[in-house]
Design a protein around this ligand. Sequence first.
Ligand code: 7TS
Length: 405
Amino acid sequence: MSFNIKDIRADFPILSQKINGKPLVYFDNGATSQKPQVVIDAISKYYQEINANIHRGVHTLSQLATDAYEASRNKIKNHINAKFAHEVIFTSGTTHGINLVANGFASLLKPGDEVLVSALEHHSNIVPWQMLCERTGATLKVIPMNENGELILSEFDKLLSEKTKIVTVNHISNALGTINPIKYMIDKAHQVGAAILIDGAQAVSHLKPNVQELDCDFYAFSGHKMFAPTGTGILYGKEAWLNKLPPYQGGGEMIKEVTFEKTTYADLPHKFEAGTPNIADGIVLGTAVDYINSIGIENIQEQEKELLEYGTQRLLEIEGLRIFGTAAAKTSVISFNIEGIHPYDIGTIIDKLGIAVRTGHHCAQPIMNFYNIPGTIRASFAFYNTKEEIDVMVEAVKKAKLMLS
Ligand code: 7TS
């Protein structure tokens, strides 16, 4: 398909809104993406036509809803190239997926074991592992980063040992945009017999992870960052690992048989899907996957690369502006500060001009501590953004700088 930005923007009704009397410039895609009309329509269609609980009714409506839910699982399986559909677990988001795995590892770790996290993580991929270490007596070790916002792989190599039981790292950093060398890290982790979880929250809107090629043990992501509704997510896990981990939550639908003496658990994926799931939005996650594929991931990447280059060059025209995150491999995220001005003040002024960016620590306080800053202004672009919008932001930042200095 050819990439026509006008048509693409027309797919996202929110983009034609005015905010504070100005055309919306939405550069907070790292926090959540906007939703195309096909996704919005698919939610209503579900409730209008096939709403019923799944995996339990013999009645036709329940069958239709179950079939649509399982068809969505299958689309996601194909999208990430999982070997089996039962390796695709529906969750409420990345945070849920990571907690599921960290909780499961509590039964596998003992004092002296080590968990390796990277310095570039979102709090969602730090705190569950700290909680796990507190519970089990295992030790949390941190893979350090350099000034550019890249992980120092020689240090990673040194930290790995037979004590390492699991390594956890994001595919793309939300605060800096760094694309981490996860294939290298996966292979190295496996060489010492450790499992590895990839936090793909920021990756799934920019690239198409191939979990079999990567050979990762777990890959967690959120639907809302890939043009699907909030409250959806996926935990991919290799069959053998998912069979090894205990269930995360107990309840309906995750059992084979319950007596007061003993309960046996359902097979994958149901073992990890207790209770009534977010059926409508889970189905619509499949619609979002279809939408991404209709645009084409190569087209998305090409547009975002241009935006990153143009945005970087234009922002650097501003005197006193520093970009945090200058890794060689980077996605369309620009985190920056202006000397002597608090990021929050810039964010507030440019919001009045219709521009949505995130300011603050981006739930990645250790990264801010590394640079010794309170936070940054983060512009995160999606394929529906334009160079003209970047021009609007640059002018707004210049204006804010004048007002604040
Ligand atoms: N991991 C990474 C790398 C993230 O960027 C986020 C959310 C999460 C995990 C958690 O995802 P959730 O859907 O479970 O909340 N990141 C951001 C952000 O950068 N701004 O707002 C949320």
